[in-house]
Design a protein around this ligand. Structure first.
Ligand code: SAH
Ligand code: DHB
Ligand code: MG
Length: 221
C-alpha cells in the first residue's frame, strides 16, 4: 500500500500543495545537515497553513521545530504582524531551522526558543507572548500530555490545537506497548478526551512516510 499512498500523495501534493524553491531548499539543507526526515508531509504542511487562515490566527505556537519545514508553512499563512514562537531542544536543529527560515524569508516572523519545551513554556508564559490562537504540538511524544496542559494555559476560547503523530502505525491502540512514545501519545489522547474545555477529533493519515494521524481540538472555554 505504501507505493499507492506515495503516488496519491504526489498526485494530490502536485495539484494542491506544490513545493517551491524555499521548501525544497529547506528539506535539502535538513538532509545535508543530517536531520531526521520527520517533517510534516507537504499536504499536512498545507493543512497547517489552511488552519492558520481558517482560524485567522495571528499568534502561533509550535512545539518541535526540527528544520523549520512546518514553520515555513505556518508562517506563510500569517497576516501582517502575525508571529510564531517555535520551541526546539536540539541546538543543531535550531541552527539549521534558523538558516532555512531566513532563506525562506520568514525568520522575521519567528521567535525561536532553544531548550527543552517544558523549560521554555513557563518562560513563554511569563514573557506575555500568549495567549496563542493556534498551537502545533510535534516534539517528543513522551511529553504530549504535558504539552496539552500548557496549551490550555496559553490559550483562549477558540484556540486551535493540532498534534501530530497520534496514531503511530496503529500502535496507539496497544495498551501494553512498551514504547514510551506510544504511551505518551495514549496519555495525550486520553487527556484530550477527558478535558471538558476542549472539543477534539483525530484523523488517520497515510502517505510516503507510512501510516499515522493527527488530533485537532478547539478550546471551548
Ligand atoms: N515540526 C517539524 C518536525 C518536528 S520533529 C516539521 O514538521 O518540520 C520533532 C522535533 O522536536 C525535533 O527537532 C526534536 O529535536 C524536537 N524535540 C524533541 N524533544 C524536545 C523537547 N523536549 N523540547 C523541544 N523540542 C524537542
Ligand atoms: C517522529 C517524530 C515526528 O514528529 C514524526 O512526524 C515522525 C516520527 C519520531 O520521533 O520518530
Ligand atoms: Mg511529527
Amino acid at each position: 500500500m505504501l507505493d499507492t499512498w506515495t503516488k496519491v500523495d504526489e498526485y494530490l501534493g502536485d495539484l494542491l500543495s506544490p513545493t517551491d524553491e524555499d521548501l525544497e531548499a529547506a528539506l535539502q539543507a535538513n538532509e545535508k545537515a543530517g536531520l531526521p526526515p520527520i517533517d510534516v508531509s507537504r499536504l499536512l504542511g498545507k493543512f497547517l497553513n489552511l488552519l492558520v487562515r481558517i482560524s485567522g490566527a495571528r499568534r502561533v505556537l509550535e512545539i518541535g521545530t526540527l528544520g523549520g519545514y512546518s514553520t515555513i508553512w505556518l508562517a506563510r499563512a500569517l497576516p501582517e504582524g502575525g508571529r510564531i514562537a517555535s520551541l526546539e531542544s536540539d541546538l543543531h536543529h535550531a541552527d539549521v531551522a534558523t538558516l532555512n527560515l531566513h532563506n525562506a524569508g520568514v525568520l522575521d516572523r519567528v521567535d525561536m526558543f532553544i531548550g527543552r519545551a517544558i523549560d521554555s513554556l513557563p518562560i513563554l508564559e511569563a514573557s506575555g507572548d500568549g495567549p496563542f490562537d493556534l498551537i502545533f504540538i510535534d516534539a517528543d511524544k513522551e511529553s504530549y500530555a504535558e504539552y496539552l496542559d500548557w496549551s490550555l494555559k496559553l490559550s483562549h476560547p477558540g484556540t486551535v490545537i493540532v498534534a501530530d503523530n497520534v496514531v503511530r502505525d496503529g500502535k496507539v491502540v496497544e495498551p501494553d506497548n512498551a514504547d514510551p512514545r506510544i504511551q505518551g501519545v495514549r496519555r495525550f489522547n486520553e487527556r484530550l478526551a477527558a478535558e471538558p474545555r476542549l472539543s477534539a477529533t483525530a484523523l488517520q493519515t497515510v502517505g510516503p512516510k507510512g501510516y499515522d494521524g493527527f488530533a485537532l481540538a478547539v478550546v471551548l472555554r
